[in-house]
Ligand binder design. Sequence first.
Ligand SMILES: Nc1ncnc2c1ncn2[C@@H]1O[C@H](COP(=O)(O)OP(=O)(O)O)[C@@H](O)[C@H]1O
Ligand SMILES: [Mg+2]
Length: 363
Amino acid sequence: MRLISEKILNFRNIASAEFVPSETVTVICGENGQGKTNLLESIFLLSGAKSFRKVKDREMITKEEEFSVIDALFFAGQREQSFHFTISDKGRRASLNHGSEQKASDFAGTFCCVVFSPDHLELVKGTPSERRRFLDTALCQLSPRYLNDLRNYTRLIQQKNTLLKDARGIAAAFDILDIYDRQLADNAVGISKARRAFVGQLDLVSREAYASISGKWEEMELGYQSTLFDSGDFDPEEAYKRILAARTDDIRAGFSTVGPHRDDLDMKINGDPAKIYASQGQQRTAVLALKLAEAELFRQKLEEEPILLLDDVLSELDGYRQEFLLKRLGRSQAIITCCDPNFVERQTDAKVFRMHRGVLTEE
Ligand SMILES: Nc1ncnc2c1ncn2[C@@H]1O[C@H](COP(=O)(O)OP(=O)(O)O)[C@@H](O)[C@H]1O
Ligand SMILES: [Mg+2]
């Protein structure tokens, strides 16, 4: 998969830009706050996912403008394709190859990218929600069905939470809670199953990457921690019973206390929980290994190279890890942002752009 060109209009501080990256490595350099991450974000959105920056769609439209437009040409499925992508009051919408306009997320899986940003360095010690988000972002790109399950599930949880807050002591609420819980249990099966399978595959690949970076002295191990399923059976009845058993807790808490929205990606280094014990260096190695594994699984599943968006992370890694990462990029197209001119100088094969106050120019 490869981005051929992108035309941007009214996206954050980029009033207008035309970007033609290299087939291999492209570096976007510039001072802080100039629009480098904005450019990567505009590319990432073509995946159909929400922004990796946890923002509302509206915030991405240039201030005082009504809409943003991104026109992209890309190579995927062995042919050239195009996206006309807009952000407006109607949310993120897209049309593929001049077809009808639809919700951008309907096209999940068409254009795939792996993004690696400094926020990910918090993944190991951060909250479970960040680790779930990591899994969901990857799985939503790989499977439209997963995205659909997750969306249904999230909507049900919101409805159930509203009821839990309003319904304390109202007997009729129990009947409705029962209906929600049955539906939640059914939806939880697909999500948990997909996540556990994905974590199993990630484990194999990231273990190897971790050992290579750390010089085989250390071992990383991943597992999926489910609040509903102990075994690999994924029985909706088992899930329903668990949810039901948590009812008293749910009512007391005023929200749903068990389910995939409370699950976690369990990370261990040399047998100890990484969340508690991992050093700075180990965290960096772990996240790097995870991201490389994510890219590798995209390769295997899509039979295409995902596009790699590396946002300012190289400066966060030491020379050895930088080199490891760059070597592993393989045949993927990589778009790298950075502030460090020394780094740019070393990238002799790369196409280099400068971003200054939202204006992109080729160097
Ligand atoms: N909706 C928006 N409209 C106009 N400017 C925006 C909008 N959102 C963010 N910006 C501007 O974008 C700049 C930050 O861009 P960013 O890509 O994060 O910088 P960096 O080059 O450090 O990665 C800031 O100057 C910010 O004010
Ligand atoms: Mg940035």
